[in-house]
Design a protein. Structure first.
Length: 255
């Protein structure tokens, strides 16, 4: 009997060429399908909620797959994680991708199309000195950032707007560029500035362009009120730079 399994997955994106399977390169989807096929004994195709780019990390990516296999769901997760970590003879103990939860879902459930929204976190290391050991996990900005100005700018982004100005070229063409940002919170934690954004969906590189724009506001290169005009313009060239992939984390997917 065919089963429909929903997985919650975390991964360090540093060693992957993004989520989506590609020939000849290592991807998160490709690794999961390779190992799941081996464990289940039947070909497995995984449907992910977010097609994260190379270097982007996940604390709560979601993906589903269907198949007719006998291994119980809890044992499936353990077996897959063991192989992802290198198998019984591995000295590492954990790999750079891991299933943290697995559950059986109704037949009509789809990890991507059933999703109602997502939350992303972006980490900026904001201090004069750089840290080479953090280079794959944050955006290092050495000049001081004005968090009050960034928060004022963020207020213009919250709500339902046409966010075409925050869409990078090269992504899959969308029927509409209107999206709803439910919340955009900026806070400081020691040396880090944390930006958390949740919404019903995001355009290609939308979060990274929002962060780049807010960073330019924080550096005084743009004024908070400029953000409203940027959104109204629907012009990508008027928005800020695209922040590096390394600082971005997919935190949660909502259903």
């Amino acid at each position: 009997m065919e089963r429909n399994i929903l997985m919650t997955i975390e991964y360090d994106g540093s060693g992957f060429h993004g989520w989506q399977r590609q020939p000849e390169v290592r991807t998160v989807q490709g690794e999961l399908e390779r190992v799941l096929t081996r464990v289940c004994g039947v070909p497995i195709a995984v449907n992910g909620t977010s097609r994260t780019d190379a270097g982007v990390h996940a604390l709560g990516q979601r993906a589903s797959f269907k198949g007719d296999f006998g291994i119980p769901t809890d044992r499936l997760m353990l077996a897959v994680n063991n192989l992802l970590a290198g198998g019984m003879n591995s000295q590492r103990g954990v790999g750079d991708v891991r299933i943290i939860a697995a559950e059986e879902m109704p037949d009509d459930f789809h990890a991507r199309f059933s999703s109602r929204g997502k939350m992303y976190r972006y980490i900026i290391r904001n201090c004069p000195d750089v840290d080479i050991f953090q280079r794959n996990y944050c955006y290092q900005v050495r000049q001081p950032l004005d968090l009050q100005a960034m928060t004022e700018a963020a207020a213009y982004i919250e709500g339902t707007h046409d966010f075409k100005c925050f869409q990078a070229a090269g992504g899959q063409e969308k029927e509409t560029t209107v999206r709803t940002v439910h919340s955009l919170i900026i806070r400081r934690e020691n040396k880090n500035v944390i930006i958390e954004v949740s919404g019903d969906g995001f355009l290609y590189n939308m979060v990274r362009i929002i962060v780049g724009t807010l960073t330019e506001v924080g550096l005084g290169k743009k004024r908070p009120e400029d953000v409203r005009k940027i959104i109204e313009s629907k012009d990508r060239q008027k928005a800020g730079h695209t922040a590096p992939a390394e600082g971005l984390y997919l935190v949660e997917v909502y259903y």
